[in-house]
Design a protein around this ligand. Structure first.
Ligand code: 3UK
Length: 519
């Protein structure tokens, strides 16, 4: 067990990662679509962005929402806020207008910093926001709002750090709930540097010679660590991609920037491997570590990747609630199909429904004791009390441990699942499907595709008189796509006469999963 670092009461994470970062001014911190940005440039961009937000009226503890792509502006706004004591709320850039509406109201952000290309998505909901006072656009045209660039150009080039407490909330991230309603997860100043020490240094051995690329975006907890806090913590260089991490775009980055560490999710690894031309030769010859998280990595993908890219993929499990990875494989100790062993700084316990620890070989719920756990969910006290049990955090994951201390992922305690690293709540997708006139009832489960990665499948009971055709299936898919985030639509639809239910009328999704596997 690695002990957490003792920090002084007054501690500002931005001072640690930016101002007091030992990396020399001329070292490259980020490479984005516009080119290289040094640590020196980053330090001044952070001050300017923090100043600009103060100039707009933000104060210590004011929340601002960030809906930004991965460019150097992201760390500038994120750390500039934190340095000023302002609390950035990181938003997924792929949400529907309804989700943005919910989150902006829920977090009560006073300022929204939004990428120009996302303005259309926000437009329908911006006029009616009770807490939002200002919109700042990241891009060349503000469409009537001030741009980040213009505000920074007018700002004083210096910023005093706010005297924040190490235990004070520094930033928020939103995580999906089991009914599909997002929960604001609040992280404190001290946590990011502990994840650097425990996972980035402790497991990956990241150092200043590393060039890293994370296909997971900075607004995810996974990407925030991979692409920002870990490389900054190591004085390393991080490559950022503005656009979508398609297999082609990722291979292009591997070939062009020759990263030493690559972070992906299982579906992306599978998609890259699907093209037989992709290999170490056409990618990065400097790769020394590849990491997968977000959902379980099928063994076949790890083995094939190792053959083609010459390095293993280290599967590890993390969560937004714990900020980063707490169980992981190691470069010299890879067991495919398993999540690996405890990461330094994390103590693990697998318990039964009474909270009693189960012996090795038995499945129970995984609890984690780690200082990087979030301070709680915003305004969701019941859920916070359930999840954050003092020093221990409930993961909602079923695990077993073998005699040697390896951990095997055995599914969720709820029916939630991940598609390409993004949460799907079966309940939310079912609700969307049943709002279609031709549908009486629906149940959604996860089903593995050819590569072994999970995708949504819907069992649908048609409304009486509805004609069951392929067109109906296609129109239901389109119906869900129009209403929910794109990754959530059912890739398969099976029409059935009835759904298995408990005596109290609850859908038994586990029975459908069994049926699906046997069929
Ligand atoms: C599942 C995994 C099996 C698991 C995350 C790395 O995924 C991250 O955070 P989220 O809050 O989801 C957490 C949940 O996702 N999961 C994640 N990784 C794995 N299941 N094998 C894995 N390797 O259900 C977990 O509870 O979106 C991942 C770092 C930071 C993160 N936030």
């Amino acid at each position: 067990m690695v002990e957490p670092l003792e920090l002084p009461d007054t501690y500002n994470a931005a001072v640690h990662f930016i101002d007091e970062n030992p990396a020399p001014d001329d070292r490259v911190a980020f490479i984005d679509d516009t080119g290289e940005h040094t640590y020196g440039e980053l330090r001044s961009r952070v001050d300017l962005a923090g100043r600009a937000l103060l100039d707009l009226g933000a104060r210590q503890e004011t929340r601002i929402a960030m809906a930004m792509f991965d460019t150097v502006d992201f760390p500038a706004v994120f750390w500039g806020s934190i340095k000023a004591g302002i609390v950035p709320v990181c938003l997924n850039t792929l949400l529907t207008a309804d989700s943005y509406d919910y989150i902006l109201r829920d977090c009560r952000a006073r300022i929204l910093v939004v990428a120009e290309a996302l303005l259309d998505q926000f437009a329908p909901i911006l006029a009616d926001q009770p807490h939002l006072e200002q919109v700042v656009v990241v891009g060349s045209d503000g469409h009537g709002y001030p741009t980040l660039e213009s505000l920074c150009a007018a700002a004083e080039p210096s910023l005093e750090p706010a005297a924040t407490n190490r235990d004070e909330v520094a930033f928020w991230m939103y995580s999906s709930g089991s009914t599909g309603i997002p929960k604001g997860v609040r992280h404190v100043h001290s946590s990011a540097m502990q994840t650097v020490k425990f996972y980035s240094e402790g497991v990956l051995g990241m150092n200043s010679d590393d060039v890293v690329y994370s296909a997971a975006k900075l607004f995810f907890a996974y990407g925030l660590g991979n692409g920002m806090t870990f490389p900054l913590g190591a004085g390393a260089t991080s490559v950022l991609l503005t656009g979508r991490p398609t297999p082609e775009a990722v291979m292009h980055i591997l070939a062009t920037h020759q990263p030493t560490i690559f972070f992906g999710v299982p579906t992306l690894y599978a998609a890259i491997l699907a093209d037989p031309d992709n290999s170490r030769e056409t990618g990065s010859q400097r790769l020394r570590i590849c990491v997968s998280a977000g959902e379980a990595l099928p063994e076949s993908i790890g083995l094939e990747w190792e053959k083609r890219f010459g390095v293993p993929i280290l599967d590890g499990i993390g969560s937004t609630e714990l900020l980063h990875i707490f169980i992981s494989n190691r470069s010299d100790d890879v067991r495919y199909g398993w999540s690996g062993k405890a990461v330094p700084g994390s103590e693990l316990s697998i318990v039964d429904e009474h909270g009693d620890e189960v012996p090795p070989g038995e499945i129970g719920e995984l609890l984690v004791r780690c200082v990087t756990a979030a301070e709680g969910y915003w305004n969701q006290r019941d859920k916070s009390r359930h999840t954050f049990m003092g020093e221990w955090t409930r993961t909602g994951d079923k695990y077993l441990k073998d005699e040697d201390g390896y951990y095997l992922y055995c599914g969720r305690t709820d029916d939630m699942f991940k598609v390409g690293g993004n949460w799907v709540s079966p309940f939310e997708v079912e609700s969307a499907i049943v709002s279609h006139d031709a549908v009486l009832e629906a149940a959604v489960i996860a089903r593995p595709d050819e590569a072994g990665n999970l995708k949504p499948k819907a069992f649908v009971v048609p409304a009486s008189g509805a004609e069951v055709t392929e067109e109906l299936a296609a129109s239901l898919q389109g119906f869900v796509k129009d209403r929910l985030e794109l990754w959530k639509y059912p890739r398969w639809i099976e029409f059935v006469d009835e759904l298995p239910k408990t005596a109290t009328g609850k859908i038994q999704r586990f029975k459908l999963r069994e049926l699906d596997q046997s069929g």
